[in-house]
Design a protein around this ligand. Sequence first.
Ligand code: NAD
Ligand code: MG
Length: 360
Amino acid sequence: MSQTLNVDLGLRSYPIHIGSGLLADPESYRPHVRGDRIMIVTNETVAPLYLDPLEQALSDYRVSRVVLPDGEQYKTMEVWNRIFDALLQERFGRDCTLVALGGGVIGDMAGFAAACYQRGVPFIQVPTTLLAQVDSSVGGKTGINHPAGKNMIGAFHQPLAVIADTDTLETLPQKELSAGLAEVLKYGFIRDAAFLAWLESHMAELLSRDPNALSHAIKRSCEIKALIVAEDELEAGQRALLNLGHTFGHAIEAGAGYGAWLHGEAVAVGTCMAANLSQRLGWLEDKDVERLRRLISCAGLPTEPPADLSPDQMLELMAVDKKVLDGKMRFVLLKELGEAIVTDEVDRDTLYATLADRRS
Ligand code: NAD
Ligand code: MG
C-alpha cells in the first residue's frame, strides 16, 4: 500500500511516494528516470542492506554505483568529489539520472553533485532514514559541510521524485529513529496542533515502528514541508519556519564536533531552547514548555545541551550560523504550540538567559 503527494513547484513539481515495498518496485522509478544511465550514490552501511534490491529494480538501465564512507564527518568536499570521479571515469554525459540511496548525508551530497555535474543533471531521492523521509529528501536543499560551518556549500536542486519506502526503517538504529522524530515533532510545533496531539497519543506506536503510524507521520510531515516549500522555495521568508530549533541545534552540533551529536538530537535540544526563549518573551506558558519537553523526551530525545558547552561558546557558534542576517540573529520561535514565527527582535540578555538555563 502506498500513497503519493505532490510538491507543487510549477515546472519543478515532483511526487513523493510513501509506502511499503516501493524500493524494490521498478514502477517506482520508471516514470522518473531520464536517459539510460544511472549512478547510484550510497554509503558503506546502506549498500549491503538495499543496493541489491535497488539495482534489481533498475535492471532496465545501465547502472553504476559509488559507495561513500558513512557519516556526517564525511560530508566534505573531498568525499563529495568522489562522485565526480566515478561519473567522469565512467564517462557519464548529461543524459543520466543520479539516485541517492541513504539518509540525509547521502541525499544532500548526491543532490548537490547532481546540481553541479555538467551544470546540472536530474536525480531521484530514495531516503532510508526517517529524517531523510520526512525532511532532507523534500524541498531541494542540497550541500556539504565546510570546516567553518555545516551545509555552508550547496545549491537548491529539486529531485524528480522521492521514493520513501517505510520498510527500510526496520533496520534503522533506535537513536536514528528518534532523531527523525525530532523533525516530525517540529512540523507539529510549527504548523499543526492537531498533528501534535496525534503524535502525543501515537508515540509508542511510532517508537515500535508500527508501519501505519509511521506512514501517517511521514505523510503529514511531508505535506507540511511541501506546503511551506511551495510557498517559499528559496527561503525568502516562511521557509525559515522549518528551522525551528536549528539555530541552537547547529551550534550544538558544531560545538560537540560534527558526528558526536545526531542532527535530530541537536534539533530536539534546540527546540527546547527555542521554547524557553518563547516563554521568556511571554508567548508560551509554563505548561506549553513542559508539554513540549515531555513530548521530545518521550520520543527518546535529549532536552539539554552538552554540559561542557558554555553559553558563551554557544553564542559564538550561533553567530557564525547562516541565519544571521545583517548582524542580527534571527530566531524561529513559538507563538503557541502549533504556530511558529520568525523574529530578529531578541535582545542579547534574554538570549543569554536561555543559553544559561540548564535544568539538569
Ligand atoms: P545519515 O544520513 O547520516 O544517516 C544516519 C545513519 O543511518 C547513517 O549511519 C546511515 O548510514 C544509516 N542508515 C541510513 N539508512 C539506514 C537504514 N535504512 N538502516 C540502517 N541504517 C541506515 O543521517 P540523517 O539523519 O538521515 O541525515 C542527516 C543529514 O541530513 C545532515 O547532514 C543534515 O544536514 C541533512 N539535512 C538536510 C536537509 C535538507 O533540507 N537538505 C534537511 C535536514 C537534514
Ligand atoms: Mg533539520
